[in-house]
Design a protein around this ligand. Structure first.
Ligand code: PGA
Length: 253
């Protein structure tokens, strides 16, 4: 049994004060929810304050990106060594990073290895764009992204990684993917690639989230799918009421 993981990717939103308020409201809302790992991913500037606001609650904390080096002359970057003091998770290879900041599969792989070496759990994002989807290239493309991201990572470490399948055309558009199709792609391309690389046991233990316009009113349709283990939530994670509703609907049944 894989524990579903619901992560809020706040992107470039929330001042420290706003982040603390949202965290308190989420904390209150998910207090009695069992069987779901909740993770909050605020901007770097709010990580310390959100950590404080989470306190002893069993809510995970994650960053949205990091550099793969421990330290050095990389102005504006944040290292795994620095994050390991603050949080447990790090989102890597989000499509916005790939699209606007030139991140490559190779870079994502370096970051994943560095995160694992520092005890951080990577949430590795993969997903096709609209053109690839329309051309029927989704399965091959996503499988390739998974292979590249996991290259050189041991089976033991691989089992700790969380993958987020986020079709780019579904992110922030209000048009979520079709749950049964997501289930098929995750089974075929993501668990399929992992089974080739590591065998079936690892492929079955990696948690795979769906992301892309997840809302309180559609999350249950994803949660019931056998291959989907929770959600990576952008827009709907910026308000406590919608995020808490998504967490509750993601409970295993
Ligand atoms: P969205 O974003 O929920 O706003 O579509 C998801 C994501 O980018 O992780």
């Amino acid at each position: 049994m894989r524990t579903p993981i619901v992560a809020g990717n706040w992107k470039m939103h929330k001042t420290i004060a706003e982040a603390v308020e949202l965290t308190r409201d989420v904390r209150r809302g998910v207090m009695d929810v069992e069987g779901v790992q909740v993770v909050l991913c605020p901007p770097f500037t709010a990580l310390a304050a959100v950590r404080e606001a989470i306190g002893p609650a069993g809510i995970g904390l994650g960053a949205q990106n990091m550099h793969y080096e421990e330290q050095g002359a990389f102005t504006g970057e944040i290292s795994p060594l620095m994050l390991a003091e603050l949080c447990q998770y790090v989102i890597l290879g989000h499509s916005e990073r790939r699209q606007y900041f030139g991140e490559t599969d190779e870079g994502v792989n370096k970051k994943a290895r560095a995160a694992l070496a520092h005890g951080l759990t990577p949430i590795i994002c993969v997903g096709e764009n609209l053109e690839q989807n329309r051309a029927g290239e989704t399965a091959a493309f996503v499988g390739g992204q998974v292979r590249a991201a996991f290259e050189g990572i041991s089976a033991e470490d691989a089992a700790r990684i969380v993958v987020a399948y986020e079709p780019i055309w579904a992110i922030g558009t209000g048009v979520a993917a079709v749950p049964a199709e997501v289930n098929r792609i995750i089974g075929l391309s993501i668990r399929g690639a992992l089974a080739d690389m590591y065998g079936e046991a690892v492929a079955q233990s990696v948690r795979v989230q769906y992301g892309g316009s997840v809302k309180p009113d559609n999350v249950a349709d994803f949660a019931v799918q056998s291959e989907i283990d929770g959600a990576l939530v952008g827009g709907a994670s910026l308000r406590a009421d919608s995020f808490v509703a998504i967490v509750k609907a993601s409970r295993p049944r």
